[in-house]
Ligand binder design. Structure first.
Ligand code: HEC
Length: 468
């Protein structure tokens, strides 16, 4: 399919200058694999794929004592441009072809055959709604492709893409793509009706490199200097001469190796100097989704800006009815702080946890924020859980209407089922069995299961004491 690009608009970005005062950061350094191996790509799931002695190994550097898995022989993969999760597998787009990594096997993917030449760069843009697979963009020397449902759609551009670089960007309409050409940057996005539009970004001179992070910041190396473009779309000179810019659309952190060989880390809106990170800009380097920098040299070294910390318990976006425990997994004994809607809450120890009583919090939306601070110079880890508390459900307002709509046909006076469920008392007596049945989707029999909210309402009615 061929498709031209719609309207071309022009946007000019004004430049201003700012040098951050982030101070020093000391990422945790660990040797991941011994001599002779080179990191090819940091995958979205946190594992890395390395080439070692003619083999491809997949390895989880975060798991202590993990053994690398051999996923295949080292073929001519070339430079890896993107690794994107797709249908339970990972699609790897490289200059040497396209590959699929599924269940410990690394196999060539036919996608490369649909392209008119080797991949110059590739990128997965998040979907505008945040749900489902985003748009996969691939540049070859002469074409730009958008891969939709596994089909590569070619967009015609009048100029060479031989040296093109792709980066994620953000517009008010949603995610956008940046394409760095010889003399300018093209911005490509879908408007509200889905039509593809482009604009040329006018920068003072041709950018040496571009990148984009998971926070939607754009990064441009202009005249050798690092510039960022945030949500206000202002170009800010960050005061660093760049030898290498390392971004990933999955990582909130950005790494920069400057012209003097010093390393910089952009995290939490600030540029930090990382004095103990000593890498050479010509080394094979990769940024992982967690912000870690992998450097291949005499051995593979991982620099993790943050240590491990994770909140377990009800996932983000949950509906809460009953008391909940959020366990906080950490390494060693860092300081742990937690807030609910901005107010401090107690963190209990052994195991580290926050206990919440939805009834005490009250109906509505709440946010739990857990902050874990290590005193070794790594950055604090922040984990957020947004959830909604449901309380005060009543028989007449909430449960009876559910019964009428979803159960009465069978469990009412005329219904075929043996169990009668027409009254508040009948529900109260059988509440445990009812909750089990609706939660597991067995009831309503042969029909669409109740929504999470409907099940939560029944549960809230029970917790609240079966109000009339
Ligand atoms: C299409 C008919 C149908 C619908 C609709 C239906 N049920 Fe049932 N249900 C049955 C049948 C048939 C049985 C098995 C006979 C019995 O126990 O009454 C059953 C059994 C049950 C039982 C007893 C299970 C047990 O293990 O003892 C419960 C509780 C129940 N249903 C709850 C519900 C609730 C709550 C709804 C509505 C959200 C619902 N059902 C909707 C047909 C239905």
């Amino acid at each position: 399919m061929r498709r031209g690009l719609a309207a071309v608009l022009f946007a000019s970005l004004a430049s201003c200058s700012a040098i951050d005062e982030g101070g020093d950061v000391h990422p945790a350094r660990s040797e991941v694999l011994p001599m002779g191996s080179a990191v090819l790509v940091a995958l979205p799931d946190g594992t890395i794929v390395v080439e070692d002695d003619g083999r491809l190994l997949q390895y989880d550097p975060r798991a202590a004592d993990a053994e690398p898995t051999v996923v295949g022989p080292a073929t001519d993969i070339g430079e890896v441009h993107a690794a994107v999760p797709m249908d339970g597998a990972i699609l790897v787009l490289a200059s040497g072809g396209t590959f699929i990594l599924r269940e410990d096997a690394w196999i060539p993917s036919p996608l490369a055959d649909a392209l008119d030449g080797p991949i110059v760069d590739a990128l997965l843009l998040p979907s505008p709604t945040g749900r489902g697979q985003g748009d996969l963009w691939i540049a070859t020397a002469s074409s730009l492709y958008r891969v939709v449902d596994g089909v590569a759609e070619r967009l015609t551009l009048d100029e060479s893409l031989a040296d093109a670089q792709l980066a994620p960007a953000r517009r008010p309409e949603g995610p956008a793509l940046w394409v760095r050409l010889a003399d300018r940057v093209l911005e490509i996005w879908r408007d509200r009706s889905g039509v593809i539009r482009t604009a040329a970004l006018i920068l003072e001179g041709a950018p040496d490199a571009i990148g984009g992070d998971a926070d939607g910041n754009g990064w441009v190396v202009l005249g050798g200097r690092l510039h960022s473009i945030g949500a206000d779309r202002r170009l800010v000179d960050r005061g660093v001469e760049v030898a290498r810019l390392l971004t990933s659309p999955l990582s909130h952190e950005v790494w920069v190796i400057d012209a003097a060989g010093a390393s910089w880390l952009h995290a939490d809106g600030t540029l930090f100097h990382a004095p103990d990170v000593t890498v050479d800009p010509t080394q094979v380097l990769a940024v992982a989704a967690d912000g870690s920098l992998y450097a291949s040299g005499a051995s593979i070294v991982r620099y993790a800006p943050r240590r491990y910390a994770r909140v377990r318990g009800a996932p983000d976006g949950s509906l809460l009815v009953t008391p909940q425990t959020f366990d906080i997994e950490v390494e060693g004994s860092p300081t742990i702080e937690a807030t609910i809607d901005g107010e401090a809450v107690a963190v209990a120890a052994d195991p580290n946890r926050v206990e919440l009583d939805p009834v005490a919090l009250g109906e509505g939306s709440h946010e739990l924020v857990v902050r874990v601070v290590y005193d070794d110079g790594t950055l604090p880890v922040t984990d957020r859980r947004a959830f909604e508390v449901i309380t005060n459900a009543t028989w007449t307002e909430d449960v009876q209407p559910l019964y009428d709509a979803h159960c009465a046909a069978c469990h009412g006076p005329e219904g075929s089922a043996v169990t009668r469920l027409g009254t508040r008392e009948e529900w109260q007596t059988r509440i445990e069995v009812i909750l089990q049945n609706v939660d597991q989707g067995r009831m309503p029999l042969g029909r669409a299961p109740l929504s999470r909210r409907e099940v939560a309402l029944i549960q809230a009615w029970q917790v609240g004491g079966f109000d009339e």
